[in-house]
Design a protein around this ligand. Structure first.
Ligand code: SF4
Length: 204
């Protein structure tokens, strides 16, 4: 496993932020099991977690006026550092008009034991939540959350609350590991949460 301080990296015309390698899931398809980076990036395993100032300094190295979005993603679950993430997002909003997205497993409320979606208001434009599967049993088997089966319902409740405070919520399933029937059911679940479904390729 190669480590580096790859705090930001480019994906298409977006700037992705890599703040932590911590995660409360252990997905069977996690890209971290397959490679040290994503989309041709340098290694995303961090030598240490960057400070908020280091994240901001790294973002300053990009011309964000020419980019489509900033995405909190990386090689871990971004909401493991929710307070720091929101501090960086606030800085972005104070200085740029660029949309800000979080790619998340949607389990922040279980992580913190409280409702966290309201904290995203006016700082985050899009929340992309990994739905992954359409039953609690299959979701738990595929994502292996530390919270067990209750994670499936908690993730949907989080999506519903996010949809009340951010402009857009997307729920995703991975094309290679779901059937067309499951994708149809996933679309219904997403709609019931006030979200839209995206069927995405295996990369995160
Ligand atoms: S939630 Fe994301 S980072 Fe965590 S194990 Fe699953 S795919 Fe990997």
């Amino acid at each position: 496993m190669k480590k580096a301080m790859t705090i930001t990296y480019g994906v298409r015309n977006g700037v992705y932020v890599n703040m932590t390698n911590r995660c409360n899931c252990s997905c069977t398809f996690c890209i971290r099991n397959l490679a040290d980076g994503a989309y041709g990036s340098d290694p995303l395993w961090l030598e240490r977690e960057p400070t908020v100032q280091e994240v901001i300094d790294s973002l300053k190295q990009w011309d964000l006026s020419q980019k489509d979005e900033v995405v909190f993603c990386g090689y871990g679950e971004p909401t493991e550092r929710l307070d720091d993430l929101l501090e960086v997002a606030a800085w972005i909003k104070q200085n740029y008009t660029i949309p800000v997205r979080i790619n998340t497993n949607g389990l922040a409320d279980l992580l913190y034991g409280r409702h966290t979606a309201p904290l995203l208001k006016d700082k985050i434009d899009v929340v992309s939540i990994s739905l992954n599967d359409v039953t609690a049993e299959d979701y738990t088997r595929v994502t292996r959350p530390i919270y067990g089966k209750k994670a499936f319902a908690a993730m949907q409740a989080y999506a519903t609350e996010c949809a009340q405070v951010v402009p857009k919520v997307v729920m995703t399933v991975v094309d290679e590991v779901t059937t067309k029937e499951e994708q149809q059911k996933a679309a219904e679940i997403a709609a019931s949460c006030g979200a839209v479904l995206r069927v995405r390729p295996l990369e995160k």
